[in-house]
Design a protein around this ligand. Structure first.
Ligand code: ADP
Ligand code: GLC
Length: 500
């Protein structure tokens, strides 16, 4: 099967969050299973180009339409982790991807509309005949109506369209004029059964376009698929998702174990695996190695070597992630003999200011360490060296850090929402059949509920070491790889192709 992914992120070359991990992990697994997988992403000036092999010009002057004119683009081709990736570099005078960032520009809508139109134009001009075009999030959602209404009539018609919603919070709301700029007749789409926003009848909603026009729509966990069909979590699109529920499902993300794996992790000072399980009480190889990573983490961050658990948190610091709960967990840890390591990027200036102030307020407390930027190597050392990872999100479509943590023998403490509730079960509570307790879970988004989970976790770490160790080793052995999820995507792709 020939699958082309259109996306705005790809690990490790252009990563902001989990979308990048998913693009790499799913594509790599499908390619291992014998399928042809191509990925098309923008050529950002801030890309981590060191991770691209044999980058070369594939098409020097592909013309693409924007605001009434045609503009040249250089299409590059290179290999990322053995996957073929095309990079689009526009030579439009606004230089859409030479902004030093992936997102956060005032004209993000124009940037990604331009990208998606150019990607389809490229496939059309170069005679690509994919079986599946897989679109991701609002940035490439317009690919669905563009394909059906503009490119199928032109002859690019071999593919079925699959659209994955990684986060319904970001919908790409814009005006009909924005659609005009890429050659669509915006006014034709400003109607309820097309791209008109459900809450503002003058607005176009690109994510809605992805849902309406795609042949199949997925999101990234079964619980989130249910949640987004309710008014609280659907963010205005619940009606549309209910209407199209027969072509909508939730598939839990996997983790790429060739990258996120303490057995092979290039950033850890030592490797370890659950197979080195203690043979008897004197032999604790896995735990010794993990203990060494903890020591290394402390040294790196200048934290004292004391008998305390380290609580880690690795996330984008945005309201979704439970900002107030994260702050409270830091305070509670400081007051209860724990150490806390926060690695967070704050894209929102007001939140950035709050966390810089918080960092200053703990300047004299070496048990609390706050790093406020993206740092890949440190994230791996935290997953390996911390005892626990907290993910107190207000909502979470899937969440990858709790799954990565499990693989590293680091106990997740999560709020029960979306994919967090589908993957982590409380060790002290009744667990549904076929699952096992693998962490700590709280439900209410309150300090009190968070504290009750944290206090149970601390108690276990300080006083019930064998229970803690068993939970670690058992969690490391559970399979959250892409093997099962990629088969579910393949089943969807195959079903669609049989309908041709
Ligand atoms: P989201 O996509 O909502 O940000 P996920 O849990 O799905 O959340 O994925 C987050 C990914 O980004 C993980 O791979 C995590 O390790 C990584 N990450 C988040 N914040 C940082 C940071 N400050 N530095 C390095 N990696 C980070
Ligand atoms: C989004 C979600 C996150 C999910 C990721 C990858 O960024 O916020 O929960 O894991 O996409 O699908």
């Amino acid at each position: 099967m020939y699958i082309v992914n259109l996306a705005s992120e790809l690990a490790p070359v252009a990563k902001v969050g989990g979308l990048a991990d998913v693009l790499l992990g799913l594509s790599r697994e499908l390619s291992w299973k014998g399928h042809d997988v191509d990925i098309i992403i923008p050529k950002y000036d801030c890309m981590n180009s060191a991770e691209i092999r044999d980058l070369q010009i594939f098409h020097p002057d592909l013309m693409s339409f924007f605001e009434g004119g045609w503009y040249p683009n250089t299409i590059w081709m290179g290999w990322v982790e053995n996957l073929k990736v095309y990079f689009i570099e526009p030579h439009h005078p606004r230089y859409f991807f030479n902004r030093g960032c992936c997102y956060g520009c005032e004209d993000d809508i124009d940037r990604f509309l331009y990208f998606t139109r150019t990607a389809l134009e490229f496939m059309f001009k170069r005679g690509f005949r994919p079986d599946i075009i897989h679109l991701h999030d609002w940035q490439t959602a317009v690919g669905a109506p563009l394909y059906k209404d503009m490119y199928v009539p032109l002859g690019l018609n071999s593919a079925k369209i699959v659209f994955t919603i990684h986060n319904i919070e970001y919908q790409g709301k814009c005006t009909k004029d924005n659609l005009d700029s890429i050659g669509m007749h915006g006014i034709n789409y400003l109607v309820p059964n097309k791209l008109q926003d459900n809450q503002n009848d003058q607005s176009i909603n690109l994510l809605k376009g992805g849902i309406v026009y795609s042949d199949f729509v997925t999101t990234v966990s079964p619980s989130y698929a249910r949640e987004v069909q309710t008014p609280v979590q659907g963010k205005g699109l619940e009606k549309t998702l209910i209407q199209y529920s027969s072509k909508f499902t939730g598939i839990l993300n996997g983790v790429d174990y060739s990258y996120w794996n303490p057995e092979v992790d290039r950033y850890l000072p030592t490797q370890y695996s659950p197979r080195e399980k203690p043979l008897d009480k004197k032999d604790h190889k896995t735990l010794d190695a993990k203990g060494f990573v903890k020591k290394y983490l402390r040294e790196k961050l200048n934290m004292p070597e004391e008998h305390r658990p380290i609580i880690g948190c690795v996330c984008r610091l945005v309201p979704q992630k439970g900002i107030e709960l994260i702050k409270h967990a830091i305070k509670y840890s400081a007051e209860n003999n724990a150490q806390f390591v926060l690695l967070g990027l704050c894209p929102i200036p007001s939140i950035a200011k709050e966390f810089h102030e918080l960092k200053n307020s703990y300047a004299d407390d070496q048990n609390i360490n706050i790093t406020l930027h993206l740092q890949e190597d440190l994230s791996h050392i935290i997953f390996g060296g911390a005892d626990m990872i907290i993910v107190p999100s207000l909502f979470e479509p899937c969440g990858l850090t709790q799954l990565i943590a499990l693989k590293y023998g680091t106990i997740p403490l999560v709020r029960k929402t979306g994919g967090l509730g589908d993957t982590i079960y409380d060790i002290d509570n009744d667990v549904p059949a076929a699952h096992m307790g693998n962490g700590y879970v709280f439900e209410d988004p309150t300090n009190k509920a968070l504290e009750s989970a944290l206090s149970r976790a601390f108690d276990c770490w300080f006083h019930h070491l064998e229970k803690w160790r068993k939970m670690m080793i058992d969690g490391m052995a559970v399979d959250f790889s892409w093997n099962v999820p990629s088969n579910k995507y393949l089943e969807i792709y195959n079903n669609l192709l049989q309908k041709l």
